[in-house]
Design a binder for this molecule. Structure first.
Ligand SMILES: Nc1nc2c(ncn2[C@@H]2O[C@H](COP(=O)(O)OP(=O)(O)OP(=O)(O)O)[C@@H](O)[C@H]2O)c(=O)[nH]1
Ligand SMILES: [Mg+2]
Length: 202
């Protein structure tokens, strides 16, 4: 059955692993630093601006947040890491939760690691991507906010980020803009393909 992304609904939150929903559906996990655009991307994929809260103040997403997509998969929004204005203890708590999540036996079928196209990946991004490559989990890098650059600049940044991360295959890096609705169709197709499906007409 083709996946209808419009049928995306909030299902719940978890502050610890024990509170996560039963592992019944394959999960697509969003990771990345605070303010990179994870919640915006979930809304854009579902074409519903009211679904996930967009941070006016970064660091808002402090829990694991679940969205059910057409009863066929879960989109999982991990806490964003690296927001400077929360205490060190809180920061550690979020990243511990995200770490535990990725190391758990949840049915994760792909990790989308988001990077702001304008910035060089930081130490945490580098570690995360190295870990993903090692882990054997399917992963994809999503370069966000591409509307902030010209098309030429964006392609140049894509190459530079790939080179910086030691990734040879550029097809591992998608480009998206939620404001311009760019790159969303490809991403929906990629997600649906991971669960063995196609995308229903939007
Ligand atoms: N120009 C532009 N701004 C974007 C885009 N995507 C997100 N933003 C903005 O970036 C800011 C952060 O977006 P969020 O989606 O809340 O980021 P997040 O990764 O969920 O952040 P945390 O919940 O803090 O981890 C908001 O002000 C968004 O409006 C985009 O494609 N283009
Ligand atoms: Mg968020």
């Amino acid at each position: 059955m083709a996946v209808n992304f419009r049928k995306t609904a909030f299902t719940g939150v978890a502050a610890k692993l024990e509170q996560c929903p039963p592992p019944d559906l394959p999960e697509i996990v969003m990771s990345g630093r605070s303010n990179v655009g994870k919640s915006s991307l979930i809304n854009a994929l579902a074409d519903n601006k009211k679904l996930a809260k967009i941070s006016q103040t970064p660091g808002k997403t402090r829990l694991v947040i679940y969205f059910n997509v057409d009863n066929q998969l879960l989109l999982t929004d991990l806490p964003g890491y690296g927001y400077a204005k929360v205490s060190q203890i809180e920061k550690e708590r979020y990243s511990k939760l995200a770490d535990q999540y990725l190391h758990s036996d949840r049915p994760i079928c792909m990790v989308l690691h988001l990077l702001d196209i304008r910035h060089k990946p930081n130490q945490h991004d580098i570690q995360m991507i190295a870990w993903l490559v090692e882990s054997g989990l399917p992963w994809q890098i999503v370069l966000t906010k591409v509307d902030k650059l010209s098309r030429t600049q964006a392609q140049k940044q894509r190459q530079e980020i790939a080179k910086f991360l030691g990734i040879d295959d550029l097809s591992h890096l998608n480009l998206v803009s939620t404001t311009k609705k760019q790159g969303l169709t490809e991403l929906r197709e990629l997600i649906a393909a991971r669960v063995g499906e196609s995308v229903a007409d939007m």
